[in-house]
Design a protein around this ligand. Structure first.
Ligand SMILES: [Zn+2]
Length: 430
């Protein structure tokens, strides 16, 4: 395995890869150093292109219902706020990943569950319609083997995950329906506590982890062969999921408390518990969880006006009022942009977690089209940068390949192999 670490320059000269070997005892010229650096750069990019690169949390399906989202045309974060499309996936060497069925949470009552169920089913349908519409460019994946085959065909991989199990209402058997439609990853909870679990970002904790219904959900996910996702879950919920699940869990977009103490991140002790159980954390490129971001005075003034008129949080709002809140907030964000974190800060989280639990338990996820992106990495078109920096830090190609999806696919395989449901298995046809 070639190592392109900090000693990379020396290694390249020894291997005779540099354009001109320096005379013994001579000082390496600036030009030679620059040429060697460019060589390392090109090697890293070629390597990045040659491996499977997956993201575990693509929120892009939230755009599918809008007529102006065109997957095969290049958008731009600066102009339209989007992160993912085919041209940019090709530029950044992204082969696909998990495309998210996200449902915003409302009240925990029967009518709201019914509305959420419809929303979830329609979002899954939208993902399947997307795959049908762009069948020459993408394909639905139901297994790790599918993903390998799809990449071999030169297409992008569309796995499905669910962020917030709220649409299942009180009926975990509905999960089987989503599974048949292709769902392979499930996160019980989102920003607020729900019927299944306590959330990392809810000020109250109801169950101190999973509710009894949440435990049923974990068992059902294991039975069907889905990967369980503890992102957004409280630490106690993550611990319950690790203890109860028969297969390793993933945190599909999460960061390190040691770098920024935010409820959406986890501390070193929980990182170790996750890794000891075979789990994987996918490092999130979401600015607000990477560091404390201070709004500009102009934005703060606009926020004060907004808070007085609409309320600081959408919690408790329903229907029209909820939609109005988000529309007004979007307008404010457009006029007075949120402060941004940096690519360097994201890598600080990533290197910290790699130091604590090693490259077998770490992956990458940008929260693309879900609020992700930082200065220095605004969309998926520049993912090579991460590969260059991991190699330069001394991680081997084998390790970088695991980080870009090998670890995540290990969990997809593990969930599938532990499946006890006979659904979708060949013997059901006998
Ligand atoms: Zn999220």
């Amino acid at each position: 395995m070639i190592r392109l670490g900090q000693a990379g320059l020396v290694a390249l000269f020894v291997a005779g890869c540099a354009p001109q070997l320096p005379e013994a005892g001579s000082i390496v010229s600036e030009q030679q150093a620059a040429d060697a650096a460019a060589h390392i750069h090109d090697d890293a990019d070629a390597f990045h292109e040659s491996i499977a690169v997956f993201d575990s949390h693509l929120d892009t399906p939230a755009l599918f219902h809008t007529d102006d989202y065109l997957f095969t045309e290049r958008g731009s974060w600066e102009e339209d706020g989007t992160h993912v499309d085919l041209p940019r996936m090709n530029e950044g060497g992204l082969d696909g990943g998990f495309w998210v069925i996200f449902t915003r949470q409302g009240p925990l009552d029967e009518a709201s569950y019914a509305a959420a169920r419809t929303h979830g089913l329609m979002r899954q349908t939208a993902i399947r319609e997307f795959a049908a519409k762009y069948h020459e460019e993408v394909a639905l994946a139901f297994s790790a083997d599918d993903a390998e085959r799809i990449i071999g065909e030169g297409k992008k991989v569309v796995f499905q995950s669910m962020e917030n199990s709220y649409p299942l209402g009180l009926d975990v058997s509905l999960l089987e329906h989503f599974y048949i439609g292709g769902l392979r990853m499930i996160a019980p909870v989102h920003f607020a506590n729900n019927q299944f679990a306590d959330s990392a970002t809810d000020i109250n904790q109801i169950y101190d982890g999973l509710s009894p219904l949440g435990e049923d959900l974990v068992r059902e996910a294991n039975r069907l062969g889905l990967v369980l996702d503890g992102s957004h879950a409280s630490d106690a919920t993550v611990r319950d999921m690790i203890a109860l699940s028969t297969t390793p869990i993933i945190l599909s977009h999460t960061g390190a408390t040691a770098i920024y103490d935010h409820p959406r991140n986890i501390d070193d002790a929980l990182l170790r518990e996750l890794a000891e159980a075979g789990g994987v954390i996918q490092m999130n490129i979401f600015g607000g969880y990477l560091e404390q971001l201070i709004p500009s005075p102009e934005r703060q003034a606009a926020l004060n006006v907004f808070n007085a008129e609409y309320g600081a949080s959408p919690a408790g709002l329903e229907d029209e009022a909820l939609a109005t809140w988000f529309a007004a907030r979007q307008e404010l964000d457009r006029d007075f942009p949120r402060p941004r974190s940096t690519y360097e800060k994201f890598m600080e989280h990533t290197f910290h977690v790699l130091d604590v639990i090693g490259p077998d338990h770490v992956g990458i996820s940008g929260d693309w089209d879900g609020g992700g992106g930082v200065d220095g990495m605004s969309d998926v078109s520049m993912l090579q940068k991460i590969t260059r920096d991991l190699l330069a830090a001394g991680y081997t190609q084998e390790e970088v390949e695991k980080i870009w999806g090998g670890n995540m696919m290990r969990l997809v395989r593990a969930a599938d192999e532990a499946r006890t449901s006979r659904l979708m298995s060949p013997d059901i046809l006998n």
